[in-house]
Design a protein around this ligand. Structure first.
Ligand code: CA
Length: 227
């Protein structure tokens, strides 16, 4: 089970969160100040850090910045007040998420699960990743990400995208796509390809304002290394 480090000087809160996390089966460690928190966060066995912003000694923001210089461990910031500046500063320093105190423990648990899952997916071996710009495909889980955001692609959309990226910088005909992605015999109708290309463009090109999928007139489609 994952090990979670709580960096929090208010012992009541730390103790309460510790009990809840242990009840869920997590291993828990507590640090009551920024310096200890930083030191413990950089240990290899910590899987996620809950980091309070208002800490004695080094502030949570600064701890976050220093952790990010050495580690990609997921960090969820805890802010005492609904302070937008703190949240933005935390996210700018590389925190994955934040919670405003007082928070519902169920919400914290949900965010912990999301952060741990996302991190686990990103940690898959490099050979399982295809990447173009900010677009990443995880070949083992068949999932696609733009930055850290997971794309909601259907099975076919994903397969089409993967095929085009595997053959990047090559213009691929509609017939090739039909044969390789749909396993159809080419019978003269390639409309389905255009329909799926349109879906992908809506979900990626339009959404993120990039030109990923290019039309090659009279041929088909191409994805280039540079978007
Ligand atoms: Ca505090």
């Amino acid at each position: 089970m994952a090990k979670i480090l709580i960096v929090e000087d208010e012992s009541k809160i730390a103790r309460f969160v510790e009990l809840e996390l242990k009840y869920e089966g997590y291993e828990v460690e507590i640090a009551a100040d920024g310096r200890t928190g930083l030191e413990k966060a950089l240990r290899k066995d910590v899987d996620l850090v809950l980091l309070d912003i208002m800490l004695p000694g080094i502030s949570g923001i600064e701890v976050c910045r220093r952790i990010r210089m050495e580690s990609a461990v997921p960090i969820i910031m805890l802010t005492a007040k609904d302070d937008v500046t703190d949240k933005v500063a935390g996210l700018d320093m590389g925190a994955d998420d934040y919670m405003t105190k007082p928070f519902a423990i169920e919400e914290l648990l949900a965010r912990i699960r999301v952060s741990l899952n996302r991190h686990a997916k990103l940690l898959q071996p490099k050979a399982d990743l295809l990447q173009i710009g900010s677009l990443k495909l995880n070949l083992s889980s068949h999932s696609a990400y733009y930055g850290e955001e997971e794309l909601t692609l259907t099975k076919k959309e994903y397969e089409l995208l993967e095929y085009l990226i595997r053959n990047k910088n090559i213009a691929i005909t509609r017939e090739q796509l039909l044969n390789n992605v749909w396993d159809y015999e080419y019978l003269g109708d390639t409309n389905v390809v255009d329909v799926y290309i349109r879906y992908l463009r809506q979900k990626i090109d339009d959404k993120y304002g990039i030109h990923l999928i290019n039309t090659v007139r009279g041929v088909g489609y191409i994805i280039k290394d540079e978007i």
